[in-house]
Design a protein around this ligand. Sequence first.
Ligand SMILES: Nc1ncnc2c1ncn2[C@@H]1O[C@H](COP(=O)(O)OP(=O)(O)OP(=O)(O)O)[C@@H](O)[C@H]1O
Length: 252
Amino acid sequence: MLEITDVSWAVPAARILDHITCTVPAGSLVGLLGPNGSGKTTLIRAVAGLVRPDTGAMTIAGDHIAGLRRLALARRIALLAQHADTDLDLTVRDVVLLGRIPHRRSRWSDTADDHTAVAEALTRVDLAGFADRTWLTLSGGERQRAQLARAFAQEPELLLLDEPTNHLDIGHQLQLLSLVRRAKVTTLAALHDLNLAAMFCDTVVVLHHGRVVATGPPTEVLTSGLLAGVYGVDAEVRVHDGRTVICYRPPS
Ligand SMILES: Nc1ncnc2c1ncn2[C@@H]1O[C@H](COP(=O)(O)OP(=O)(O)OP(=O)(O)O)[C@@H](O)[C@H]1O
């Protein structure tokens, strides 16, 4: 379980995270929502230990993230960043193997277990035949799925996904989020597509100007009033087969 309690972070010009409190229960998928610039990436980077909050606490299974060493963090938390990419001439296998580094006894040699974990992770994301492909020859969507395989190969306790459906066609968006859901790893995912969030997330946390403005199950949180107030959009929200479906209206 991830617990974020009263976390704030400011730069000289602005407060970016403003007293954030929320929880990601063990095994659940929590969607982090909010318009551009609302603080989603910053919060995810703070949980990953890349931004140090000015105040507040973040714990994973009761352990303070700020007190964990980098290797311990890497063993427990996997981050799929928004612009995870490389210009290096690596193979897909090399990239996915990076996820195994925190678990190795020797930093320099891969084991048979590492290669099994890589093969399994690539199969899970539908890239079984891609291990020997050069990274630079992959499409944007294939890179995104390979990065998810790297995160799965890391066997984390907590998965942090920053807009994981970027570059993916609708089939692969649905496939990726259903994979994440079925993995039952505790996951915090920043998402822009509210219909996908409603379809896959157990709960959602909505940020606006660095503050949590709503939290709860998508059916309760994603109302037309919230969409108007937070995103400034006009939308009809229906419940179909027990799930929230949002139909946007064009701006007048
Ligand atoms: N190091 C920094 N210095 C100054 N401003 C920053 C810094 N980091 C983030 N910000 C600002 O904080 C705000 C929140 O940024 P963040 O990337 O967390 O938003 P976001 O919700 O992920 O947005 P998007 O949906 O566009 O990816 C933005 O206005 C951004 O410009």
